[in-house]
Design a protein around this ligand. Structure first.
Ligand code: ADP
Ligand code: MG
Length: 401
């Protein structure tokens, strides 16, 4: 049982995702075959094995797509061995194949502890059903049979629980490492940005001022005026990029407040309304939060505006786009939910969010999300992203108080 976990951790954890999936399925298949080849033999003569433990884990985490190859391998190997109970095993595995992956979606949305419990329950139920079927076949329910029931059920529950605890711990470790990487990246970028953008601001302001003066000259031809307008526009753009940069590069201190986000929400709502109207997006807004925390008012405003803007931009050119913003509290956490019904993102695109300069827009700077992550990071909050291509995106921000 530990074999695929270990091999995967040691050799494959840094490979790209698509490749990982195949390796995992292969290793799980190998474990299953080992389980069948070396079953557990009780003194009473009964044998049983743990083949359904990896099978259920793959079904719950991976859904139909990943468990189907396992199902095929399991049955091909079982037919190859032959012997009694072949047909039963085939029917039983088919039932498990159909039922367990149904729970996969729900399972993936649970918190780790519930996942451990549910996987263990699934293993118990599966084995329970198997034993009920078996009892119908062998008919004589003597003491030996009940011994088998006892051993099979306890072994399945314990093994499943142990494996699940390990898996969930590994997943948590991965997550934490990603988070550390992300905040490391933010530190480097913002330090660099702070120095560069600060130095750039003055020359830009000076140039822009002189160009404006020049623009008032009476001797300019219309063509020359056009050039100056263009230069001013581009300077403005540069200025905008720099202010995006500076806002997250600035050390937190200037605008620190202790509040419940109400003022920021009102302000950002007013700022974003005209933009939403231009793009014919409806905005739904609700505010139900009494919890207060310390934060930099400007940065939180900027962060919210960036997220709203992205939501609206994701619904560009769509009929009846809706941006819902909901700020509430749950268990000493402030919860900010921003949902759009726009173009959505693939898993791959989600994983790129917040990397500097990642943008899919022609005019995009790829700094909006970076700034948002940085601002939320500074208040020790987390941003969760749920998105489906073509359906929309939900940003869920949790800020502890
Ligand atoms: P920019 O908006 O300048 O492109 P951001 O950092 O704000 O930069 O966003 C980076 C990229 O993330 C966007 O170009 C877009 O592809 C993607 N993105 C962000 N928010 C959303 C969203 N709500 N829906 C779909 N895609 C999004
Ligand atoms: Mg943006």
């Amino acid at each position: 049982m530990l074999f695929p976990v270990l091999i995967f951790l040691i050799f494959f954890e840094n490979r790209p995702h698509a490749y990982n999936r195949k390796i995992l399925v292969l290793l799980t298949a190998l474990t299953m075959i080992l389980c069948i080849a070396k079953p557990i033999q009780l003194e009473t003569g009964f044998i049983f094995d743990l083949r359904y433990v990896p099978f259920i884990i793959a079904a719950l985490y991976g859904g139909y797509r990943n468990v189907l190859p396992l199902y095929l391998i399991l049955n091909v190997y079982r037919f190859y061995i032959g012997g009694a109970g072949m047909v039963h095993s085939f029917i039983f595995s088919t039932v498990v194949l159909i039922v367990v992956p149904l729970l996969s979606k729900k399972f993936m949305n649970m918190i780790p502890r519930s996942r451990i419990i549910w996987a263990t329950v699934s293993a118990l139920l599966t084995m329970g059903c198997y034993l009920i079927v078996l009892s119908m076949i062998i008919k004589t329910l003597d003491r030996q049979f009940w011994m088998l029931v006892f051993y099979a059920l306890t072994t399945h529950a314990v093994v499943m629980a142990v494996i699940m605890i390990l898996l969930e711990q590994i997943i948590t470790n991965f997550r934490n490492r990603d988070r550390i990487l992300q905040s490391e990246r933010l530190n480097v970028v913002s330090e660099l940005a702070a120095s560069v953008s600060h130095e750039m601001r003055n020359p830009l302001t000076v140039t822009s001022g002189f160009l404006q003066l020049l623009n008032q000259s009476k001797t300019l031809t219309p063509e020359e005026k056009g050039y100056i307008e263009l230069s001013l526009q581009e300077l403005n753009r540069a200025e905008k990029i720099i202010s995006d940069y500076l806002s997250f590069a600035k050390p937190q201190s200037e605008n620190m407040v202790y509040s419940n986000l109400q003022a920021e929400c009102e302000y950002t709502k007013n700022v974003i309304m005209p933009y939403a109207t231009i793009h014919r997006v409806a905005v739904e807004f609700s505010f139900n939060n009494t919890l207060c925390t310390r934060y930099d008012s400007n940065q939180i405003q900027q962060c919210l505006i960036n997220l709203y803007k992205n939501g609206i931009e994701a619904m560009k050119g769509m009929e009846d786009g809706v941006l819902s913003i909901d700020i509430s509290e749950r268990k000493q956490n402030i919860i900010i939910m921003i949902r759009d019904t726009g173009i959505g993102m693939t898993k791959d695109e989600i994983s790129r969010l917040g990397k500097p300069y990642y943008s899919t827009k022609e005019e995009g700077t790829g700094l909006g999300m970076l700034m948002a992550y940085s601002a939320i990071n500074k208040v020790k909050g987390v941003i969760e992203v749920k998105s489906e291509k073509g359906k929309g995106t939900t940003f869920l921000i949790t800020i502890p108080t």
